[in-house]
Write a protein that binds this ligand. Structure first.
Ligand SMILES: Cc1cc2nc3c(=O)[nH]c(=O)nc-3n(C[C@H](O)[C@H](O)[C@H](O)COP(=O)(O)O)c2cc1C
Length: 212
């Protein structure tokens, strides 16, 4: 695939079908992602991938806690909506309204509670107290991983919701307390459901670009 085709083919998939992703393919995607650049080549990220029985145990616990209304307590504390920039609030409002209008809010919430039915979830960590540079690098690594997956025919969604109960992940995956769980990436193959037809939009480039 041409790079631009990979770029345009990647979009968030929020309901996966039952097919597992071969372990060798998951490993190859992470190897590809390791080409991401980082400050002084520090490469402070780590990847923990849950599949099979381990992932089912996480899925059961997340579904139970979500059903009981346990509020998320992610290691990266999400800022309250009031503290978001006007641009972020505006984008989120448009995004939510479009999803509600399409009748997909509850459908999305239900799938999300089941870890989007993904056969594999990659959890990305950085050392707690890492510099802003390390977090910036982790974002680059995340995007490289998403594109590497797309190039190999694997669909994905990066999600805060996948790391909202970090103690469950520490317990099941043996992630030490010194590593912060930044984001989860659900990986798999798209189910043929309307939720996966939903498209996000982008601001006009002139809203964000200055060339002098
Ligand atoms: C750090 C991060 C966290 C996200 N968390 C969630 C989430 O919890 N649930 C969800 O459905 N999507 C989540 N998303 C996906 C975004 O909503 C999505 O990337 C955005 O709307 C753009 O759509 P696209 O990925 O299809 O291009 C997250 C994305 C990022 C980068």
């Amino acid at each position: 695939m041409e790079f631009r085709d990979v770029l345009l083919s990647r979009r968030s998939i929020r309901h996966f079908d039952g097919r597992p992703v071969p372990v060798e393919l998951l490993r190859a995607v992470v190897e590809d992602a390791q080409h991401a650049p980082s400050w002084v080549n520090a490469q402070e990220w780590k990847v923990w991938i849950a599949t099979g029985e381990k992932l089912e145990a996480i899925r059961r616990e997340y579904a139970r806690m979500t059903a009981e209304g346990v509020k998320g307590y992610a290691d990266f504390t999400p800022a309250h909506r009031d503290q978001w920039s006007a641009m972020a609030q505006d984008n989120m409002k448009t995004f939510s309204e479009r999803r509600i209008a399409a009748g997909l809010l509850e459908v999305k919430e239900a799938s999300q509670a089941q870890l989007f039915h993904a056969p594999a979830v990659a959890y990305l960590t950085v050392p707690k107290g890492a510099s802003l540079w390390a977090v910036l690098d982790l974002g680059g690594f995340e995007q490289t991983l998403l594109l590497a997956a797309a190039a190999r025919g694997i669909a994905s969604v990066p999600a805060y919701n996948l790391v909202k109960y970090p103690d469950v992940l520490r317990r099941e995956l043996g992630i030490p307390q010194c590593d912060a769980l930044a984001v989860g990436i659900a990986l798999g193959y798209p189910a043929a459901v309307p939720l996966n037809d939903f498209r996000s939009t982008r601001r006009p480039v002139d809203d964000i670009l200055t060339i002098v």
